[in-house]
Design a protein around this ligand. Structure first.
Ligand code: HEC
Length: 193
């Protein structure tokens, strides 16, 4: 009986050791992995190439609320009106889910529009230039984007029909919905509830 118990103990010890060895050989910690791989990595994978400044500049087009990043150019309401009829109205008229771009602040429009919701005029330019027309983003010239922005701001009763927009006056336009937003200046930590 005694021998049998000892054998059992030895057998379970062996099984435990075997499992431990198997687990440690399968899982290496990230540090070990880096050490092992790091030494064998080639200088380069010969895959792709470094982007040129021109290529980076062509997609680095974000515009800040203060107008930083706005390109040279200008555009007015009348040109924007014809462009909108030509390139935008097919999707932005009627009652489609994204149809509503126009609805002045205070009007009884249920949808969120540029007039009753957008806090910065520069976002209108940024959004149109980067994404619209939906089926051909990036196809508009900067002057065309200024014109379309002017048209949409005019239709939302934010600017008058003779205002010509450019890189110096677009950011100065005060959007009516801006006052509905509060800056989140919480620091994180205990004061955040
Ligand atoms: C082929 C259909 C189509 C065309 C053409 C089109 N749009 Fe759009 N537009 C959309 C869709 C779809 C969205 C919503 C995209 C989303 O939410 O991701 C949208 C969203 C927008 C928005 C943002 C609306 C909001 O409140 O979020 C603006 C501004 C806009 N389009 C302007 C334009 C302008 C200006 C043109 C013409 C140059 C244009 N669109 C042409 C389909 C189109």
């Amino acid at each position: 009986m005694r021998v049998n118990t000892d054998l059992k103990k030895i057998a379970s010890l062996l099984i435990f050791l075997l499992i431990s060895v198997l687990i440690s050989s399968c899982s290496t910690s990230p540090d070990q992995g880096e050490e092992q791989g790091g030494g064998n990595l080639p200088e380069s994978f010969a895959f792709g190439r470094i982007a040129t400044k021109q290529e980076i500049d062509s997609i680095d087009i974000d515009i800040m609320p203060d107008g930083h990043g706005l390109p040279p150019g200008s555009g007015g309401v009348a040109t924007g009106d014809s462009l909108f009829a030509l390139k935008c109205v097919s999707c932005h008229s009627g009652s489609g889910p994204y149809a509503k771009l126009i609805g002045a602040f205070g009007d009884t429009v249920k949808a969120k529009t540029i007039g009753n919701y957008w806090p910065y005029a520069t976002t209108v330019f940024d959004y149109i230039r980067r994404t619209m027309p939906f089926n051909a983003p990036g196809s508009l010239t900067d002057d065309e984007v200024y014109s379309l922005t002017a048209y949409l701001l005019f239709k939302n009763r934010i600017i008058d029909s003779i205002t010509v927009l450019n890189s110096s006056n677009l950011a100065t336009i005060e959007m009516p919905a801006k006052k509905l937003f509060v800056n989140d200046d919480r620091k994180g930590g205990k004061e955040v509830r």
